[in-house]
Design a protein around this ligand. Sequence first.
Ligand SMILES: Cc1cc2nc3c(=O)[nH]c(=O)nc-3n(C[C@H](O)[C@H](O)[C@H](O)COP(=O)(O)OP(=O)(O)OC[C@H]3O[C@@H](n4cnc5c(N)ncnc54)[C@H](O)[C@@H]3O)c2cc1C
Length: 363
Amino acid sequence: MTMGRTKTHDYDTVVAGAGPAGIMAAIEASSRGTVLLVDASKLPRNKSCGGMLNEYAQSFLADYAEVPDRLVLDPSHVHFRYVDWDRNIKKPTELRFLNVDRCLFDDWLVSLLPDNVEVSGSTAVKDLTQDENGVRVELKNGGQPYQVSCRNLIGADGARSGVRRALGIKNVSTYVTLQDFCELKGDIEPFFDCIYMRGIGDSYAYSYVVPKGETAIVGSVYYPHTKRPSDKQNQTLSLLREQMPQLGDSVRREASVALYVRSASDVVPGVGRVLLAGEAGGFMSPTSGEGISYAMNTGVLAGQAVAGSDPADSVAAYRRISAHVGSNISRKLKWLPFMESRVGKYFAGFVPTPIVSKVTKGL
Ligand SMILES: Cc1cc2nc3c(=O)[nH]c(=O)nc-3n(C[C@H](O)[C@H](O)[C@H](O)COP(=O)(O)OP(=O)(O)OC[C@H]3O[C@@H](n4cnc5c(N)ncnc54)[C@H](O)[C@@H]3O)c2cc1C
């Protein structure tokens, strides 16, 4: 508790979800008092992800700590490259990413938490109630559910946020994602390739290939409700191997989901005393699929709103200070129908490389 204040709640802030949004929120909120950070998964968790940190993510981190070398994979930096597979057109851009091991990265973020943040893995938020005095959060860690109370709850529990649903807000629909970790039988070019192929069918959005030390991630993104995505991923892999024989056997396949943000109304900063950060709030790039910088950014802002305002006013404060992130998403949404159309995907191959580079940076 804050010095000199009567204890009326178990914690000043409870944060649901120990991803980049929740961890950054917990760091910032800890300047107001005690924080409980819970995650439904056992920690350290493994989030299916390309582990590509864009320049915004890197600059947020620079305010907190330097990313240790042990998290960084070979090659340490890769440039984003647009690839029209069928016409063999490659457009390298100026976008430069730091290539990290996502599981080690998240675990390292946890190590940045100050002492007044209590961390509890394998602990899920099951339900919540709130009134003008605070929030009661129902938690479950194996056995019987139990309750804790707090002044504010920050829901940073990802794409399928239970906190968001408990507030009566529908979850954003989701892409189906599959990632194979393929052994490398030879070097591949040091790029983060975003690949469009026409042979997979209409449920296919795009694939990406990036070298990760001894392996390469081959990820694919399929539109919501795709049937038998695993078959489609096998088909995608065999097409890719025709031109990239260095892609050996897959040593691991992960299935996950990514937000399919389609409307500005998908972005919801919170209700009452409950704030939503990262994917739980609908914060993610609808055009590039990048979410780590959005998660860190909104996590920081949610934590600052909680730390700097009266608990009853923190959602309003957060709404104000995160408005530019919502505007950024709305701006990107305007490009989407064109980018997702067959014409758009075809047209991109004809755009001069410096323009692809400039436009991609803005996305
Ligand atoms: C295949 C794939 C590849 C991607 N690649 C990239 C990339 O290269 N670069 C990039 O910038 N972005 C990438 N993204 C997006 C990025 O991973 C996410 O946007 C980012 O992790 C969102 O962070 P977050 O903190 O909001 O949520 P998450 O990282 O999803 O964390 C949410 C946490 O909440 C926990 N949780 C869930 N329910 C509960 C509950 N009820 N109670 C408590 N805890 C709960 C979960 O266990 C999880 O640990 C990728 C996404 C996918 C699916």
